[in-house]
Design a protein around this ligand. Sequence first.
Ligand code: ZN
Length: 635
Amino acid sequence: MEIEYRKLGLKVGLEIHQQLDSKFKLFCSCPTKLAPENVKYREVTRNLWLSKSELGEIDPAALYEIARGRKIVYRIPEGHACLVELDEEPPHDINREALVISLSIAKALNARPVDEVYVMRKIVVDGSNTAGFQRTAIIALGGSIEDEDGAVGIQTIALEEDAARKIAEESDYVVYNLDRLGIPLIEISTAPDIGTPEQALRVAYRIGLIMRLSGKVKRGIGTIRQDLNISIESGERIEVKGVDKLELIPKVITYEVLRQLSLLDIREELRRRRLKPEDISEFYIDVSEVMKDCRSRIIKTSLDRGMKVYALPLPGFKGILGREVCSGRRFGTELSDYAKAWGSVGGLIHSDELPAYGISEKDLESLYKYLGLNGDRDAFILIVSDYERADRAFKAVINRLKYAFIGVPKETRAANPDGTTRYLRPQPGAARMYPETDILPLRVDESILREVEKIAIPRPEDVLRILVEEHGISRELASQLIRDPSLHLYLDLVEELRDITSPQIIASTLIVHMKSLKRDGIEVDRISYIDLVKILSAVGRGEIAKEVIPEAIKVVVSGSSFEDFLESRRVLSVEELEKIVEEAIKSNADLVKSRGFERSIGLIMGKVMSVARGRADGALVNTLVRKKLQEFLTP
Ligand SMILES: [Zn+2]
């Protein structure tokens, strides 16, 4: 289906978070590297406390986390976190290097620096900050980024501390590693000027490129994260957190638009059916007795463990829960997210998906009968759990169902790897920032601005010249590369393979080979960075011929090891070739003797090349064959 984004009034804003490659963390002297797996650590456990913001209101996002009542465990790796991260010592002054880097990026985005940097506290309630808030400071305002569909405004650029890294999570506890907490992040927020999914991708790409060209940001997985806010005129402004791959941005936007349109359709359908929010029952019913002979394994084992099956009757709702909202996700999935998030239950089962999961047609009939419902018109939801969790889950589901009559609920959602999103938490209220009293404001004075001037970030326009003049790649390839998202990967590889593999080979692998393999249906995106490095360095070292790059990529993507491939395709040494030539002459000795020198060359060439094809240069083989034949025939 073609979606007319402009007609729908699509507005997208990007919030890009990128870790800076400064020596120290933002408010202490710990390093900005994540701790290795085997590092010594200790752990402390804390309970989430009720955080009333200083403006008095309790944040809905805070209420949500408190309702979940989880224990929080902090892992403190030796040498990677100190008392500041633990919130047992006040923060030190803001890291000047990080400030200079972020101001230089701000400059490249045409933003103007603030006169004074004020550190603020932003309430964070999921436990990922030990203090219950994240420190953040606006360092520049305004600015813009060029795009073929019109310039996109930059609203704010902030410098902030990264959160702790979640390493384990269960329904009743969560474990965070403090190594990431405090790493400086630049946060770039665009205005909601973006009108199409493709434009969002271009803008994110361009901002990413500018940061990367500063040479002062971290690279690799997890060092850049994109949040999106997406709205359509008739819908709601939805925050989507944690899009960690650039290429996913257009998908996330398209799916979110479809989801909002579907929720609006559901609202229309509910109105058509003359249903009202008051029709939604506040009561759910224990149906364990009805389900005691059910063959479903989930239900059986849960009942055996003393849990119950609860049902929420939904008169008039037949077909609504099974409606698709986007790419394989149904309205029932949306409700299930609420049940999981608020009740910590495994999920829910709804009548539109039954019979399934071992629940038979007969079970379904008994349930309809027991609940006094009509199977042609009505629906119900089942939750299998203990009472306490079921109660929390149902309360959330009932609230969400009532919101279906209003439209799209204001939510913060998280991106799934396929580009769909799931409910994460309610959107925080406005009252979540207040001043950090432990840190004095910092004047952005001449000396800081002079340091900013020293970091010259090439403009994307200058990159073409660098590629051609400094890397020596052809102008044609370079002009394709600067418009391609693989430019980032190219720059990584050039740096990694400096003095080993020529930039021209790297560029043509990414732009020519990868693209043509993709057209042939090979899933080249599955190749790992490490495998790419292996292939390209083998070419650079002359171990394999550059002609076999496409084949090598194919082999690795199909799951075979590159090492095996390398062994089978390794370029043969002169000694090895000489041996093969000698063998070929020896096993054809009589024929060679009777034919003589000239008439044996073709014969022996053919024998040798059948073994060495793709692994030896034809001209070299020819020379060796002549030399060995001469030796053999000369007494
Ligand atoms: Zn520290």
